[in-house]
Design a protein around this ligand. Structure first.
Ligand SMILES: [Zn+2]
Length: 140
């Protein structure tokens, strides 16, 4: 069982993402903001985290930093989906984001990125070249 956690405050986009993963082998859960996502992650770390950036209470960057700082969560693959970022945004790499998807993003691209991260599995972000960088999921 591969668990995907989606952190997304927008109901329409969350519904779209949940529908997208319905036919995949992923077990998907959804959090309404970064704070709720962090609670879920501390309770039961997912295999992959897919997160929005602009969210109430705790935004995507705060969530990502908290996840990377946690003992049990530091190595979780993280994909970001956001309409606020441009491809190659330097904050993605410096915060330990594994894949950057900019809205609107074709379904296949989202599915492909999450599947590749699930296959890659947990990995460290403290090395100079991280395992996820070799997947080239962050456009330069
Ligand atoms: Zn990574």
């Amino acid at each position: 069982m591969t668990v995907l956690l989606i952190a997304e405050d927008d109901e329409d986009i969350a519904a779209l993402l949940l529908r997208m993963f319905r036919k995949t082998p992923f077990t998907v859960s959804r959090a309404r903001d970064g704070a709720e996502a962090l609670e879920v992650i501390m309770e039961a770390p997912p295999d992959v985290l897919l997160t929005d950036i602009g969210m109430p209470r705790m935004d995507g960057w705060e969530l990502i930093r908290a996840v990377r700082a946690g003992d049990r969560s530091a190595e979780i693959p993280i994909a970001v989906i956001s309409g606020q970022l441009h491809p190659g945004d330097p904050r993605a790499g410096s915060n330990g984001v594994c894949a950057l998807l900019t809205k609107p993003c074709p379904n296949e691209q989202v599915l492909n990125a999450v599947e590749r991260l699930a296959t890659l599995g947990r990995h460290s972000h403290t090395t100079t070249v991280t395992a996820c960088q070799e997947l080239h999921l962050i456009p330069q």
